[in-house]
Design a binder for this molecule. Structure first.
Ligand code: SAM
Length: 222
């Protein structure tokens, strides 16, 4: 379920304006050679202020973004418009996607699913599966157990790795719900898909006091 804290975060802060390198690598490898990029439909769930949509639209893909934050969506739409880039950006909760079955060739989750309970995440992944075409790809970048701050806040009742907030580490306070994913949970959660690869990213800050661990999970709708 979308958390309104994101409107506050985007209203009070400048947000990252550029896509992560791992997304660029994935798109380059799987889609740069498409005969007509404007026929490749890419959905970003939780697009925020549009850094990834901006990159994908500049590369010529047909982009759609959806986010619960009206502030984020307005900023994303303005960013596309400022450079005369095409794209559709909608306000909505991604637990129910307002798209027809088999609409998209690709869906991306750049640190969005982690902000949802495991129960909601299962619903979101089933919705993403529904709106992807057969053979469509999912690229999911999501925080991993072992990130600094794990265990430093109250848990969501009934969920092993979901916190109402964390009090320490890079995801501390003011970030809303945080669900870390363990390796064991990946096949359980992403089961509607064929999992093609599971890779990891590790970044440290503050002289290694804060370690952020992330999964890069790539899947196909078989
Ligand atoms: C960490 S931000 C990432 C934004 C963007 N993907 C980026 O890379 O800059 C997480 C985003 O997911 C959105 N989000 C999380 N859960 C959502 C839900 N259930 N429905 C809609 N948006 C959601 C938040 O509003 C926020 O914009």
């Amino acid at each position: 379920m979308w958390n309104r804290i994101w409107d506050t975060i985007f209203s009070d802060n400048e947000w990252g304006k550029y896509p992560p390198e791992d997304l660029i690598r994935f798109i380059a490898r799987d889609f740069y050679a498409a005969p007509s990029r404007s026929d490749v439909r890419i959905l970003e769930v939780g697009c925020g202020t549009g850094a990834n949509l901006w990159y994908l639209a500049r590369e010529g893909f047909r982009v759609t973004g959806i986010d619960g934050s009206r502030v984020g969506v307005e900023r994303a739409a303005a960013r596309l418009k400022a450079e005369s880039l095409e794209g559709t950006v909608l306000v909505g909760d991604i637990v129910s996607l307002p798209f027809e079955d088999e609409t998209f060739d690709c869906a991306i989750d750049i640190e969005c699913l982690y902000a949802n309970s495991r129960k909601d995440c299962a619903r979101i992944l089933s919705e993403i599966h529904r709106v992807l075409k057969p053979g469509g790809k999912l690229f999911s970048k999501t925080f991993m157990t072992g990130t600094t701050g794990e265990g430093s806040g109250p848990k969501l009742e009934g969920e092993e790795n979901t916190y109402l907030e964390l009090r320490e580490g890079p995801l501390r306070q003011g970030c809303g719900l945080i669900r870390l994913t363990s390796e064991r949970e990946i096949p359980e959660l992403y089961h509607p898909f064929r999992i093609d690869s599971v890779d990891t990213l590790l970044r440290s800050e503050k002289n290694q006091a804060h370690v952020t661990k992330e999964w890069i999970i790539q899947c196909t709708k078989a």
